[in-house]
Design a protein around this ligand. Structure first.
Ligand code: PMP
Length: 392
């Protein structure tokens, strides 16, 4: 038969972890695996601003005709302003999620910049690895976090200094996935200097705007690069900060030397997108355009993002505090320094396994924990579980 030679590929390990968590009868279990925001009730709710915008769309939207290859222009404008600031006049290309923006970037590099490789942080979000490989772009790595579970900026810069001229360097704008370690302003300046002197093309992945230090603060590095360099690629995701995960809402912003070149590049993007998904899905982007285009809804959304950010920050501080009586506050102090939902805890695969088997605490075997999945009322229990596998 035609399909006889087709084997099976392993499923996503994080989805397997979700299944194991769901079937665990322990009422005191913790789901720190899958990378979605959770509130105090352990739910991933639809923000109120999104619900209100959806209601408006139900009432007012009068057609479902295709939107163009670049998506909704109103969305392209407001998302660009959210990312680059209100004085930026660029229009983003709408994509199915941040993943779509990354895939579009990867195909753009493969088709329009042939021979250029891409450099990813070690470690990075696993889909970065596969998406560029799938597009036929050579993938290499620069060090980011050392074996001591500390950000290693010197090693990162030393490698970037050796990267062939013209290659693409992928940087996480904030809330680095999976480690939670972000570059400081001075570090970003140094990375910018290397990118400029080596004539590299930066591709900045911005999937967690608002989850680090705030909506504006998190955009600092992206805006620095866009201001200082003539050419930058930026991918943005609305999955986390708008809670629009399944509505597949994202954008690719391209900074070019001049307006004429922007037209050339955008024509290529529309052409590539036509062969990937034809035109992007509308709903999520229409929701975002409605929220950001309305002062009241925008105000409400800003408050909702800030509440999510503060919950994560409080959980980080709370966990370190809860580890104090166990003499582990210093060892895990980095959890309070990291940003965003994820924490490279520094726990070994064996400790992660013991946490799962003995305490029903589920996290990725690399030691990555989703801090947003912590139940704030059971911090002491989690700290005791961590202490027991650290001492055991
Ligand atoms: N980049 C990073 C670093 C991510 O963690 C994610 C989401 N897990 C994305 C991009 C893309 O997310 P989405 O496609 O849901 O917008």
């Amino acid at each position: 038969m035609h399909f006889d030679a087709i084997g099976r590929v392993p499923g996503d390990p994080i989805l397997g972890l979700m299944g194991a968590y769901a079937s665990d009868p322990n009422p005191n279990k913790f789901d720190l695996g899958v990378g979605v925001y959770k509130d105090a009730q352990g739910l991933t709710p639809i923000p109120r601003s999104v619900k209100l915008a959806e209601q408006r769309l139900v009432d007012r939207q009068d057609t479902k005709i295709y939107i163009g290859g670049h998506g909704d222009a109103a969305f392209g404008k407001v998302i660009n302003e959210l990312v680059l600031g209100s004085d930026s006049k660029l229009i983003a290309t709408q994509t199915p999620g941040g993943t779509g923006a990354l895939r579009l970037s990867a195909d753009f590099i493969a088709h329009c910049l042939p021979g250029r490789g891409v450099w990813l942080s070690d470690p990075t979000w696993p889909i970065h690895e596969t998406i560029f490989a799938a597009a036929g772009v050579k993938v290499s790595h620069y060090p980011y976090v050392g074996n001591d579970n500390r950000l290693d900026v010197e090693a990162m810069l030393a490698t970037l200094n050796q990267v062939p001229e013209g290659d693409v360097v992928l940087l996480h704008a904030c809330c680095h996935n999976p480690t939670g370690f972000d570059l400081g302003h001075a570090d970003w300046q140094r990375v910018l200097d290397v990118v400029r002197s080596r004539k590299l093309l930066p591709l900045i992945d911005f999937a967690y705007q608002g989850f680090g230090d705030g909506l504006e603060q998190d955009a600092w590095a992206v805006r620095l690069f866009a201001a200082e360099l003539p050419e930058v690629l930026i991918t943005s995701s609305c999955s986390k900060n708008f809670g629009l995960y399944r509505d597949r809402t994202g954008a690719l912003i391209v900074c070019t030397q001049d307006a004429e070149k922007l037209l050339d590049v955008r024509s290529q993007l529309a052409h590539i997108a036509r062969n990937l998904w034809s035109t992007p899905p509308d709903h999520g982007a229409a929701v975002v355009a409605t929220i950001l285009g309305d002062a009241e809804l925008k105000r409400l959304w800003i408050d909702e993002v800030e509440a999510m950010r503060q919950r994560i920050a409080q959980l980080r501080a709370g966990l370190v505090e809860a580890l104090q009586p166990h003499g582990l506050a210093e060892r895990f102090a980095h959890i309070g320094v990291q940003r965003g939902m994820f924490s490279y805890t520094g726990l070994s695969p064996a400790q992660v396994q013991a946490l799962r088997e003995q305490h029903s605490v589920y996290m990725v075997s690399s030691g990555r924990a989703n801090v947003a999945g912590i139940d704030a009322t059971r911090l002491d229990l989690l700290a005791s579980a961590i202490a027991s596998v650290c001492k055991g």
